[in-house]
Design a protein around this ligand. Sequence first.
Ligand code: WQD
Length: 345
Amino acid sequence: MKKILVTGGTGYIGTHTVVDLIEQGYEVISVDNFCRSDARMLQGIEAITGKKVINYAIDLCSLADTRTVFEEHPDITGIIHFAAYKAVGESVEQPLLYFENNLQSLINLLKCVQDYRIPNVVFSSSCTVYGEPELIPVTEETPLQPATSPYGLTKQIGEQMLQSFVQANPCSVLLLRYFNPAGAHPSAHIGELPIGRPQNLVPAITQTAIGVIDHLQVHGTDYATRDGSCIRDFIHVCDLARAHTLGIQLLEKEGRTHHVEAINLGSGTGMTVLECIHAFEKVSGEKLNWSVGPRRPGDVVAIYANNEKAQSRLGWQARFGIDDIMATAWEWEQRYRSGRTVLGS
Ligand code: WQD
């Protein structure tokens, strides 16, 4: 059984990917210091898979601690690296926190890839590297624009570090560029852990519907789009998870060295903010309390993916649509708030 190291294994996308890897026959080791997640998510993984996943609660910014994982698991054959801070607004207020955490952790991990000769690495990147694209849908060849936040800059620098790293090291790397991850596992045993007031649209919608937030503010409806609100590409977190497993399988099958390539992970469908609100209301039967507010600085007007490369290279298809995203996000929100998840009340 091949062993995969997942950093950020108790985070939102990390937990869903750990579940998919296990279901596809992998053994998984997690590294997560719970600074932005909850250790009880490991119970959610066990509830779904029946497996107790070993987690190292260490800080990847400590090279010594990071090495211990590889010393104790010399049979690791691949790494999926999620662990990073990802709040755009926070990164603008605290850029050094983001540069130190997101880049130092990657450097330490790559030192271990080099020293322990790990052949395959999947890197969690983001559509944010495209900035405001001139043409949509974006392909992997769409020119990258200057990052619009320190968070986005750490993703661009991470990609560039990996481009240089594979020139000098015989490993194979995938840069997976996520569009807008949303939704939750159909079992509702795992989902997005709300930390503070959500910046992202879907958790803001479900928290408004459940009453945690009194009303949702739509950040601008005066854009040059079909209904004036921004356009985004929402991808179900389970589809995103499956793409990571398929990515590791591709690297294993091809066995290439000194190789790196980017792949967009989006549904290929652009939805406006208002269309998302209507989709939620249709699926949940709830009337959402929302109003129009000012534009949010830094917002991209419209972006969605050309996902043909994910289809051809990974054999990947998005199985879930916006209705599934809203239904599973709503189920998770209701269970979480009623104390019926592993996170208790
Ligand atoms: C989507 C749209 C908001 C909340 C972010 C990161 C990106 C990636 C995905 C990690 C925008 C509008 C939102 C609200 C609103 N993360 N909105 N009211 O900004 O596209 O991307 O998450 O990789 O890096 O930047 O996602 O969900 O924050 O916003 O009107 O209460 O919803 O203005 O137009 P975004 P988002």
